[in-house]
Ligand binder design. Structure first.
Ligand code: MG
Length: 311
């Protein structure tokens, strides 16, 4: 531990607004090389195994010439989107590293890539919410890889000054840990939810409200319910964090970005029908990033009383 007088920290964070983000991962932050295993109907009437990208899947999922594998179904189709007992998330990290490498070689990143970078540099709390099935710790390691790979040394130093600033202001610390400890503390305040993960599913089933709702939800709508639970969990987390630190002194906004129109609609509906009335002090913003030609996506829903410039 080092006394706070020995390291630079940004006292300016105490003047900032409270903006938090929830990011979908695939094709929102990064275009990953992970493939979905399907079968394609050939001209001769046979079904041939094919592997498609997540962006192509979004297009062909309603195309009758594609189907889930006859053997194994949905589980087999998304086999690459899980941690295996053998690899324990290694494949996801390799895929993340490959996606980051292609960006460094000039490929256009996902529409929320720059927002993710800015969020990290500013040291703001965020959540990753994805339909994948990885362990939470796997997603967290991938974000750590993003920090270590994408941020320049100057950006990293700015991030550390901001993180230390928040520690002094909100946690009233008198000593700082090492950079690594402070970075890990920051990531522990963030949320990493892969909503088809078994542990996440257990968490949802044991929640008094969502557990009951889940029982009444048809199986095809359960993934959407899981995304809502993940968002709800983060909003409650932010709410308690601000309550604990006396942070409700200025506008609070939470943004959600996703490239899947179905998710965008489900979340927008959830915000307007439930979240905005349960948390009237929070402004909610939903970004539809399905149109890759728009740099930050399309802002589709704004709920709440407050108006923040630039959000
Ligand atoms: Mg996506």
């Amino acid at each position: 531990m080092q006394p706070i007088s020995s390291l630079p920290y940004n006292t300016g964070v105490a003047e900032r607004d409270f903006k938090y983000y929830i990011f979908d991962w695939d094709d929102n932050i990064l275009h990953m090389p992970t493939r979905i295993h399907l079968e394609h109907l050939e001209d001769d009437g046979t079904w041939r195994p094919v592997k498609v990208s997540t962006s192509l899947f979004a297009v062909v999922r309603t195309d009758g010439r594609y189907r889930l594998p006859e053997k194994g179904g949905r589980k087999e189709a998304f086999i690459e989107f899980q941690d295996t007992p053998q690899d324990r998330g290694r494949q996801f990290l390799l895929d993340t590293a490959a996606a980051l490498r292609r960006i460094s070689e000039g490929e256009k990143p996902g529409p929320s890539f720059e927002t993710m970078r800015r969020t990290l540099v500013e040291g703001r709390v965020f959540a990753i919410v994805t339909a994948r099935g990885h362990a939470s710790s796997t997603l967290r390691r991938a974000v750590r890889l993003f920090i270590d790979t994408v941020l320049t040394p100057e950006e990293r130093e700015t991030m550390m000054r901001n993180l230390r600033g928040y520690r002094v202001w909100l946690d009233k610390v008198t000593e700082f840990g090492t950079d690594d400890e402070e970075l890990e503390y920051y990531l522990s305040m963030c949320r990493f939810h892969a909503v088809t993960n078994a542990d996440f599913w257990d968490q949802m089933e044991s929640d008094p409200d969502f557990g009951t709702r889940l029982l009444a939800t048809p199986s095809e709508q359960r993934p959407e319910m899981a995304k809502k639970f993940a968002i709800h969990d983060f909003v409650v987390h932010v709410f308690h964090m601000l309550e604990r630190t006396g942070g409700f002194v200025r506008p609070v906004a939470i943004g959600f970005s996703d490239d899947d129109l179905g998710n965008v609609r489900a979340v927008a509906d959830y915000v307007t029908s439930e979240l905005s009335s349960r948390f009237p002090g929070i402004k909610f913003v939903v970004y539809d990033t399905s149109d890759a030609t728009l740099s930050r996506g399309r802002k589709v829903v704004v709920a709440g009383q407050l108006n923040l410039p630039g959000f």
